[in-house]
Design a protein around this ligand. Structure first.
Ligand code: CA
Length: 237
């Protein structure tokens, strides 16, 4: 558990609720504000560790909130939320003091990854900065960047659903270890009960289609008969 507090400033109720739910699920405390002025006041009052700030807001827009906070020397990291068709000037946004930005729609996993990355950047010294750069996996032509929610095969970007990506990262973090289907269910789907493990098999099969050159003869994700799966670091890639 992290005990970090995140202020979400978002007037769209469904997005605010989704963000709150997913951030709380991984242990953050979440404060919600529904317009720009309320967000600005709450930021001053509570000094959260990070602000997720929608661009288009009633009373004060995201840019104004950002600018005002910076002029008050409030050095709270800000992730700006924009809609795809917003006229958002990324350069100006970053100049006004946003630290990162995300375009809607986004997956919960992406949000968590961005939040963690921004918080890490703000709370770590130079040495940890370098450590951060090492948070990627490379095996031959396969490259995976968990913090950026990106993976490439032979330099070509791969498309994953959030669960597929989460499963892949979990396998990589536990590479060369045999993982049971139940372990994977509980780690990736948060099932604390004996769920239907076919969902694991289906996702493994999708992952293989994407990352293996020949999904019938997988080089990376091995089936351990009767037990589960293992991500094996290939010997000669
Ligand atoms: Ca909005």
């Amino acid at each position: 558990m992290t005990n970090k507090t995140i202020l979400v400033v978002e007037d769209e109720e469904s997005i605010a609720t989704l963000l709150k739910y997913n951030l709380e699920r991984v242990g953050y405390e979440v404060l919600l504000a529904h317009d720009g002025k309320e967000g600005f006041d709450m930021a001053l009052e509570h000094s959260p560790d990070l602000i997720i700030l929608d661009l288009m807001l009633p009373t004060m827009d995201g840019m104004e909130v950002c600018k005002e906070l910076r002029s008050q020397k409030k050095n709270i990291p800000i992730i700006m939320l924009t809609a795809r068709d917003d006229e958002f000037d990324k350069v100006l946004g970053l100049e006004l003091g946003a630290d990162d930005y995300m375009t809607k729609p986004f997956s919960p996993r992406e949000v968590i990854a961005r939040v963690k990355a921004v918080l890490r950047r703000f709370t770590s010294g130079p040495q940890e900065q370098e450590e951060k750069e090492k948070n990627y996996f490379q095996f031959g032509k396969l490259e995976v960047y968990p913090d950026r929610f990106e993976a490439f095969l032979d330099k070509v970007p791969l498309e994953f659903t959030p669960k597929e990506f989460e499963l892949l990262v979990y396998l990589l973090e536990n590479k060369n270890r045999v993982l049971t289907r139940d372990q994977l269910l509980s780690a990736v789907w948060n099932y604390d009960f004996a769920g239907d493990t076919r969902i694991v098999d289906v996702h493994i099969s999708h992952l293989r289609d994407k990352i293996e050159e020949n999904s019938r003869k997988p080089k990376f994700i091995k089936t351990i008969r009767g037990i589960g799966y293992k991500f094996e670091e290939p010997k000669n890639v």
